[in-house]
Design a protein around this ligand. Structure first.
Ligand code: 7RM
Length: 635
């Protein structure tokens, strides 16, 4: 039996029990078996969750790029590390071997050094999904610089806030980016952001769209000539286990974005381990995660996790709707993708379209399907399972967060039987506690409460950049000596977990706790409904009542809305009970979404509460225009 590669349910339980009984030797064995260490650790784990202070593999020395690249050069030098699939399907895909990746990372690392970047310096990366993005992360890690990737869909204001929060010395960007049939002037956004970023000395600019752009003397440099001149080899800087690897910002419910800090050794071990097990990756498989590297999902499961396993990972520049809604499936066929990992919002968008978009392609290479980012509703799960997996691919509904660094709750394919809407069981090393409002842990099964983690795991964020007190307060103060996720979950009679959504989404109606996700699931079962979101609003008698925002599948729906309202409440009554019926149902053409596809309920809540004078910051929305439409149609 190997801890590192779980193959059946019995083995899962054995490994899980061991990971709880003796976490240190569990994570020690995994670290020993699989990685390249320049110096062994003195202590596997030291922690005090009240401070909180956590250190994994203390005393160890390593470089993560040696583990992700150099280590594979003898055995997999010519194997493809990264397949780059461009936005435009007629542009040729690029296959980057481990050898080539090594050279590109080394050259890039030398360019960074030549521009004064040293260990510990922060480098902001604002790039589209082109190979330079993955290469630049690794180049930073090669020399111990801390990368801070900002999703290249964020505005100039959002970008400058993030650059200033961590005083980045350099920005890496491109002349522009492609997104479907649009181009975006990234460099223009950077120029605007940098008007208020005094710490930035250099801007490296990759060429992607060949646009004419102004270059500021002494600050802006074209990347390619510098790479061409740079030396092709670069010794890795040897890091301490707990040296920061990167900062990634995540927006909180209040205040400015939080720069979550991840450190080197624990993050490496955990992302590698979870990648291998959750996706059951085998040599020669092709793995595709459709996320953008601007989010944690891309950091962990496009770059670090796959490369640490010597895998072939797909980087896709485009969008699911260009040139048409068959694009994902065309790419699956073209690169013979074995594991496919995407978000429920993408699945729902595709499920709205005609079936022949997927039927036209050969999807027989697929073995495992993944979902991440929000609860996957039952209808979307079945659509994914039936039409993409052909009922033959386990679906891994993976629950985790920017803060957790890697997947925490997920089925292990072929071991854990899956059930729609259940993330199922914690991965080995993950100790869950469900807590009630009084701060008591709920023991036993068939309980629901606040989802906490009561023991450290290697990839947990160590702090918020520049504000450790905020880190403690946000995550470790609600429940003593536990990490509080902000999510609610239920544990069913067999011990399976279902994530019920952010706890701020729980609505108490006449004293009953109602999660928004199960109600939305029920509504989405209605054949005319494409998507829905529920929020609470104050009610004289019930305390709170429910307000539903519903998108219908067909524009020009002929049936009268009043009938539809009745039918929707009928379905809710059938699935949950009359207590969950909606008092108000508003039909709309869109829902306000963050750029990572999450519904921004804060906005819907304000509209439902008729408190629209101060909507807060809506500039980071994917579709800010929809807010006015919803306000105008409010009931
Ligand atoms: C990986 C990622 C984190 C929040 C998290 C949840 C929600 C993520 C699932 C999910 C239900 C899932 N990081 N979430 N995965 N909810 N089932 N499988 O998304 O930091 O951007 O978001 O996303 O609320 O707390 S994140």
């Amino acid at each position: 039996m190997s801890n590192y590669h779980i193959k059946n349910l019995e083995e899962y339980f054995q490994v899980y029990r061991k990971s709880v009984r003796d976490p240190e030797s569990f994570w020690e064995e995994i670290a020993e078996e699989n990685f390249m260490w320049r110096k062994r650790w003195d202590k596997v784990l030291e922690y005090d969750l009240s401070k909180p202070e956590v250190s994994w593999y203390k005393g160890a020395k390593l470089n993560i790029t040696e583990n992700c690249i150099d280590r594979h050069l003898y055995t997999r030098g010519d194997k493809t590390a990264i397949i780059f699939e461009p936005n435009d399907p007629s542009e040729e895909a690029e296959h980057i071997s481990y050898k080539q990746l090594h050279e590109r990372v080394c050259r890039f690392a030398n360019v960074l050094k030549n521009h004064g970047i040293e260990k510990g310096d922060r480098v902001c990366i604002y790039l589209p999904m082109i190979p330079e993005l993955a290469v630049s992360l690794l180049a930073c890690a090669r020399i111990g610089a801390i990368h801070s990737v900002v999703f290249a869909g964020f505005s100039a204001t959002a970008l400058s806030t993030r650059i200033n929060d961590s005083d980045c010395k350099m920005v890496i960007t491109s002349d522009g980016s492609y997104r479907g049939n649009k181009t975006i002037d990234l460099k223009g956004i950077v120029d605007e952001a940098l008007e208020s970023c005094p710490s930035v000395q250099t801007v490296l600019v990759a060429k992607r769209i060949n646009s004419e752009i102004p270059m500021k003397t002494n600050r802006d440099k074209w990347l390619q000539p510098l790479l061409d001149e740079a030396y092709h080899d670069c010794e890795p800087v040897i890091m301490d286990a707990e040296d920061p690897l990167f900062i990634l910002y995540t927006s909180g419910s209040t205040g400015k974005p939080k720069g979550m800090v991840h450190t080197t050794a624990g993050y490496m071990v955990y992302t590698a381990y979870t990648f291998k097990n959750v996706f059951q990756y085998r040599e020669n498989d092709v793995f595709w995660c459709t996320a953008d590297i601007g989010w944690i999902t891309g950091h962990s499961y496009i770059v670090y996790g796959p490369l640490a396993n010597g895998a072939t990972t797909v980087m896709f520049e485009g969008v699911p709707s260009y040139p048409d809604f068959g694009r994902f499936w065309q790419v699956v066929e073209k690169h013979k993708v074995n594991q496919f990992y995407t978000a429920p919002t993408a699945i729902r968008a595709l499920a709205k379209e005609r079936l022949d978009f997927s039927e036209n392609y050969d999807l027989s290479s697929l073995k495992i399907l993944g979902s991440v980012g929000e609860p996957i509703n039952e209808e979307a799960w079945h659509w994914y399972n039936d039409n993409i997996g052909k009922k033959n691919c386990p679906i891994v509904d993976t629950w985790w967060q920017t803060e957790t660094g890697g997947i925490m709750i997920s089925p292990i394919p072929y071991s854990t039987p899956t059930i729609p809407t259940y993330a199922t069981l914690p991965l080995p090393g993950v100790q869950i506690a469900l807590m009630d409002e009084n701060g008591e842990e709920l023991k036993g099964n068939q309980v629901s409460g606040r989802l906490c983690i009561k023991f450290p795991w290697p990839a947990m964020a160590r702090t918020i950049w520049g504000n450790h007190e905020r880190y403690r307060e946000t995550y470790f103060s609600a429940f003593e000596n536990k990490y509080f996720t902000g999510d609610g979950a239920l544990r069913d009679s067999t011990g399976y977990y279902r994530i019920t959504g952010r706890v701020d989404d729980v609505i108490i109606v006449s004293g009953h706790n109602l999660g928004t996700a199960p109600i939305e699931d029920a509504i989405n079962e209605h054949p005319a409904v494409a998507e829905s979101a529920i929020v609470g609003f104050p009610h004289d008698v019930k305390g709170n009542a429910l307000y539903g925002f519903v998108i219908l599948k067909e524009i020009g729906e002929t049936r009268v809305h009043e009938n539809l309202r009745k039918e929707i409440n009928q379905i809710i009554t059938e699935h949950i009970g009359p207590i969950a019926k909606l008092d108000k149902i508003q039909f709309t053409t869109g829902l306000p979404k963050t750029r990572s596809g999450k519904i921004m309920r804060r906005i819907l809540r304000k509209i439902a509460e008729k408190d629209t004078n101060n909507m807060g910051d809506i500039s980071t929305l994917l579709n800010p225009e929809v807010v006015q439409e919803i306000m105008d149609g409010a009931i």
